[in-house]
Design a protein around this ligand. Structure first.
Ligand SMILES: Cc1cc2nc3c(=O)[nH]c(=O)nc-3n(C[C@H](O)[C@H](O)[C@H](O)COP(=O)(O)OP(=O)(O)OC[C@H]3O[C@@H](n4cnc5c(N)ncnc54)[C@H](O)[C@@H]3O)c2cc1C
Length: 330
């Protein structure tokens, strides 16, 4: 670190421009505070760019595809029905661009400064922002908020990373309907993608290590959901964990208490390498482990401390539930 440089000081400095971060930035800047947000890629965070909103856009199109496929049921005949995935993707991209433009306009209106750069803490309350051209800015804040979110996790299963599975990011950029999509993880994201791709025309198999889908919800809810998805033709392999992946796609699994099902699974999928199948893995891990928070003297706290000036919010704070809680500056 160049200790000769004096950091630019803000009233509020925010790392990451996701859901909570941007609202704080616009609110406090609108009240006259000097605010900067450091964001390395996604204006507005994951939600409008690669997560909530683009996924709902694609899901909506899939619902229309489902209506069209079943149009005879409603007395409407449609010939030559086919899904044009490049158009589906472009419609989604257009919406994302409009959202980004809206975010940029709100930054301009509020007076909050959006710095497109990768940030890492290099000292207590001192952040180094590296701009795309390599220029570095040293920033500090009287108050600091960390909202660095999460990133998709590829589990450490032998061969999985080498098989180059899609995460939700790539899945939402598909310009073909996969012949057979295998989804690891029957959580919300895995299931909504499963239903959408099934409605576009893919064969879909969902694998989960738990014995039911969205396992932390009530039994009657998960049973109802699973039945709905099965009625649409989605196949579930539950209580199964993937032991290894070889070649393009070839799964070997073990089941905790259903060995016979496991054998069937291995046999049935032993020909996967001949199919144009790809995988999607749902799972997220927090980003704070590399954004230098340890150098900033920040550590995790279970409850909001009374006298904080460094805060950590959103998806990156850990746990599965949306909430904001604080991390204390040491
Ligand atoms: C496919 C999918 C669908 C979803 N659908 C829904 C839904 O329908 N409803 C719902 O409520 N939730 C949904 N979610 C969850 C929701 O997207 C997250 O809970 C939310 O985006 C978390 O917001 P955040 O601000 O904590 O993090 P993020 O939105 O991830 O923002 C963090 C930002 O920090 C930036 N960043 C990270 N590190 C640095 C660094 N060192 N320097 C600079 N910038 C950095 C990242 O680029 C990112 O833009 C979905 C998630 C996925 C994956």
């Amino acid at each position: 670190m160049d200790f000769q440089r004096q950091p630019e000081v803000y009233d509020l400095l925010i790392l990451g421009s996701g859901a909570g971060s941007k609202l704080l930035a616009w609110t406090f800047a609108g009240q006259g505070q000097k605010v900067a947000v450091v964001e390395r890629r996604y204006v507005g965070g994951a939600c409008p760019n690669i997560a909530c909103l683009p996924s709902k856009n694609v899901i909506h199109t899939a619902q229309i595809a489902d209506y069209v496929r079943r149009s005879e049921t409603f007395g409407i005949s449609i010939d030559n029905f086919r899904v044009n995935m490049p158009v589906v993707r472009d419609r989604k991209r257009k919406m994302v661009q409009e959202l980004v433009d809206t975010h940029l306009a709100l930054y301009r209106q509020s007076g909050a400064e959006l710095i497109m750069a990768s940030g890492q803490f290099v000292g207590a309350k001192i952040l180094e922002a590296t701009l795309p051209d390599g220029t570095k800015r040293l920033l500090s804040g009287k108050n600091i908020v960390i909202g660095t979110g999460t990133h998709a996790l590829i589990e450490n299963i032998p061969g999985l990373a080498a098989a180059q599975p899609m995460t939700h990011v790539e899945a939402l950029e598909l310009d073909v309907v996969p012949e057979h999509l295998i989804i690891l993880g029957a959580g919300y994201v895995g299931l909504e993608l499963a239903q959408a791709m099934r409605r576009f025309g893919s064969k879909v198999t969902v694998i989960d290590r738990n014995h039911r889908v969205i396992h932390h919800e009530d039994d009657d809810v998960t049973e109802g959901l699973q039945q709905l998805f099965q009625d649409e033709g989605i196949e579930f392999v539950l209580n199964a964990s993937v032991k290894s992946v070889s070649g393009v796609i070839r799964w070997v699994c073990s089941c905790r208490d259903r060995a016979e099902r496991c054998g069937e699974f291995v046999r049935r999928y032993s020909s996967f390498s001949r199919e144009r199948a790809r995988t999607e893995y749902k799972g997220h891990r927090t980003r704070t482990h590399w954004s230098g928070t340890d150098r900033a003297g920040i550590y995790q706290s279970k409850r909001p401390p009374g006298n904080d000036r460094a805060w950590h919010m959103g998806g990156g704070r850990g746990g599965g539930k949306p909430a904001i809680y604080a991390h204390q500056r040491g």
